[in-house]
Design a protein around this ligand. Structure first.
Ligand SMILES: Nc1ncnc2c1ncn2[C@@H]1O[C@H](COP(=O)(O)OP(=O)(O)O)[C@@H](O)[C@H]1O
Ligand SMILES: [Mg+2]
Length: 323
């Protein structure tokens, strides 16, 4: 599998991300993935595993925010039969299950302090002992962690151990929020509309330009996850093959990019250009000559702008629909 098949997007941010994953996937170093909720952190963790040398070994994901504090140790370390009431058979914990593969600890910032100490110890010794056992077993997993918190401030607040931070933060990878890379919206939309169409065994629905304009202008606090959910809903609302602006239902208090918030000129220009060229290329069905005519620019100017924005002309083919 290729990373570019998993992580959709032509923005500079996504291309840089794929570039650093190319270097990180073959390595054994721990990776800490940061970014807001829904930006694709888990997808990045999977890309690291499934394009690396451990791809055929297990990928074990634990969401630290979802494990009750009392069950944490059993989840991670496992237990022997009879370790406590109810332990009627032995249980393999996540550390052992991930042996030779990758352990993905999602929302690591939610891990209780007492567990952080135990995790650090495992990382230092590469050995684990099941609850109720005296025997310690060697484990070899690659650690990938993710958080939407700022761990440096968590450390200052006394909620995260600094020594553990330095262990897991060997290679930080940041995934930018979707509103900072609106040019990724058209290819992501196209990708998911195709997936939905495959699932429903019908031709992909198309977006009208007003629908796409609405998507590009929205600030996406829930990032790609919110976009994917919205596309599912829009698909249900659109009766025929066309998704129009009325099918794009945004929250009542929807924050729009570039609305009340005043951006630095350079960012505002970049945002405008991304939206403009996305709409232009969609209208021109990815045809640069036609786009040049519509925008009254030369083909070279169009090519240069697309390159600067990280857009690919071909990504816009088949996305246009008449309003
Ligand atoms: N670049 C991307 N290309 C395709 N799908 C994406 C991308 N980024 C996120 N997604 C999808 O968005 C949803 C949320 O991603 P996820 O990795 O769970 O986010 P996070 O872990 O940061 O909350 C998933 O369905 C994921 O497949
Ligand atoms: Mg997640």
């Amino acid at each position: 599998r290729r990373k570019a098949d998993m992580l959709i997007g032509n923005s500079v941010q996504i291309r840089d991300l794929i570039h650093s994953l190319d270097q990180l996937a073959p390595a054994q170093t721990p990776v800490l993935i940061t970014g807001e909720s829904g930006v694709g952190k888990e997808l990045v963790a999977r890309a690291l595993h499934f394009t690396g040398p451990r791809a055929r070994e297990p990928f074990i994901a634990i969401n630290c925010g979802a494990v009750p504090e009392t069950l944490f140790e059993s989840e991670l370390f496992g237990y022997e039969k009879g370790a406590f009431t109810g332990a009627t058979s032995p249980h393999v914990g996540a550390f052992e299950a991930a042996d030779k593969g990758t352990l993905f600890l999602d929302e690591i910032g939610e891990m209780p302090m007492a567990m952080q100490v135990k995790l650090l110890r495992v990382l230092e010794t590469s050995a684990v002992r099941r609850v109720g056992s005296t025997e310690s077993r060697k484990v070899d997993f690659r650690l990938v962690t993710a958080t939407n918190r700022n761990l440096e401030s968590e450390i200052k607040e006394g909620r995260f151990r600094e020594d553990l931070f330095y262990r897991i933060h060997v290679y930080p990878v940041h995934v930018a929020p979707l509103r900072e890379r609106p040019e990724d919206i058209p290819p992501i939309v196209q990708h998911y509309l195709s997936l939905i169409a495959l699932r429903e065994k019908r031709p992909p629905r198309r977006l009208t330009s007003s629908a796409l304009e609405k998507l590009v202008a929205y600030a996406w606090p829930g990032n790609v996850r919110e976009l994917v959910n919205l596309l599912e809903r829009a698909t249900l609302l659109a009766e025929d093959d066309k998704i129009d602006a009325e099918h794009v239902v945004l929250p009542d208090n929807a924050a729009m990019t570039g609305g009340t918030q005043l951006l630095p000129y350079r960012d505002a220009k970049q945002q405008f250009e991304a939206a403009y060229y996305s709409q232009l290329m969609r209208t021109a069905d990815g045809n640069v000559s036609l786009a040049a005519k519509l925008a009254q620019k030369t083909r070279k100017e169009i090519y240069d702008a697309l390159k600067r924005l990280g857009l690919e002309a071909t990504a816009f083919r088949g996305l246009a629909a008449s309003d």
